[in-house]
Design a protein around this ligand. Structure first.
Ligand code: ADP
Length: 199
């Protein structure tokens, strides 16, 4: 049964998924769900919290089975507490699926309506952004350039291929090197087109 409808915000670490995701959610009512935020919200003393810290600290992806288990439980909680109504709400997924295996694991329950890809071909822009974010958000995985490079490698090795699992008609590329306002404008415009809303 595919009862959950979702849009996907996709791109390399530091491409601006969280920033544009929050704005799109505030403007349109889609429910922004970031797996990075969910993981960072785990208790550091819990088994999953420790597991997350060991992988994220090394710039690695959390294993698929654990990721999907945490994600499913989180969504189940939102549905059970009336924070998400599958009959009328949609998610804006940020950070999942991040591997082809994750795309396959969620596809029986999540129907992807459209994918907005934040494209930044120049990785030096990304590294600079993440080092700056490290100072603002105190994220350890942003503070060390070798960890950032490891995350970009994970993205290239495992995540980029996810797009191939979806029909190209579902994908809109957005120039992620632009200013946050311009990225938001282009993403909102693509969203309106996809939802067939009047401009
Ligand atoms: P960024 O996109 O900047 O790397 P995120 O906040 O999305 O940051 O993710 C932070 C970390 O959380 C990742 O490096 C990874 O360890 C873990 N993570 C988030 N989402 C997933 C996922 N779907 N599968 C595996 N690991 C994930």
């Amino acid at each position: 049964m595919r009862n959950i409808s979702a849009f996907l915000i996709f791109g390399a670490p530091g491409s601006g998924k969280g920033t544009v995701g929050a704005k799109l959610a505030a403007t349109t009512g889609v429910k922004h769900l970031s797996t990075g935020d969910i993981f960072r919200g785990l208790s550091p003393a819990s088994e999953n919290g420790k597991l997350f810290a060991s992988y994220a600290g090394a710039g690695k992806l959390v294993p698929d089975e654990v990721t999907i288990q945490i994600f499913s439980r989180y969504i189940g909680g939102l549905i059970d507490t009336n924070k998400f109504d599958p009959a009328k709400d949609s998610f804006l997924l940020d950070g999942i699926p991040r591997t082809v295996a994750q795309a396959n694991l969620i596809k029986s329950v999540v129907e992807i309506k459209h994918i907005f890809v934040l494209d930044i071909p120049d990785y030096s822009v990304i590294v600079e952004r993440l080092l700056k974010r490290a100072k603002i958000e105190n994220r350890k995985d942003d503070a060390d350039e070798s960890v950032i490079r490891a995350r970009l490698k994970e993205y290239e090795d495992k995540t980029a291929a996810v797009l191939g699992a979806y029909d190209s008609s579902l994908i809109t590329k957005i120039n992620g090197s632009q200013s946050p306002d311009e990225v938001f404008r282009d993403t909102l415009s693509a969203y309106i087109t996809q939802r067939k809303l009047p401009l």
